[in-house]
Design a protein. Sequence first.
Length: 156
Amino acid sequence: MAFTIKINGVDRTADVDGDTPLLWVLRDVFGMTGTKFGCGKALCGACTIHLDGTPTRSCITTIDSVGSAAVTTIEAIGQTPAGQKIQKAWRDLDVVQCGYCQSGQIMSASALLASNPHPGDADIDDAMSGNICRCGTYVRIREAIKQAAQSNGREG
Ligand code: FES
Ligand code: FES
């Protein structure tokens, strides 16, 4: 069955079964491999994308459940104000180690910053708790989110 969904502002059509995970559609149908497969069970956060701005695990989101929601992926998050700040802070602080978890981390952090321009430690812990990093980059992730939030302050 054909499903048309809006990905990064563009309508894309995939001819797949309705229970196909959005993650597979992104990676295998559209070749958008920035979104990663980790656990496939909503436990690691590697596959995080945004649905209408809300961080969502694409591994357990079926294509037929997306409907008219706007899908944003790591390929386009840098075009949003929060995503741009987060990516700059990630580069400035050299957050990434192996990198596998990082697109998911950036998607969760960008959603946090978009909804809360000045998150505290508890806000960061809450928003990022579902994103696992086997390399243990948590300290740098926290600092990068705080740096990105400071840039909100300077502009405000
Ligand atoms: S691959 Fe989706 S949460 Fe792990
Ligand atoms: S940077 Fe390696 S898993 Fe997070």
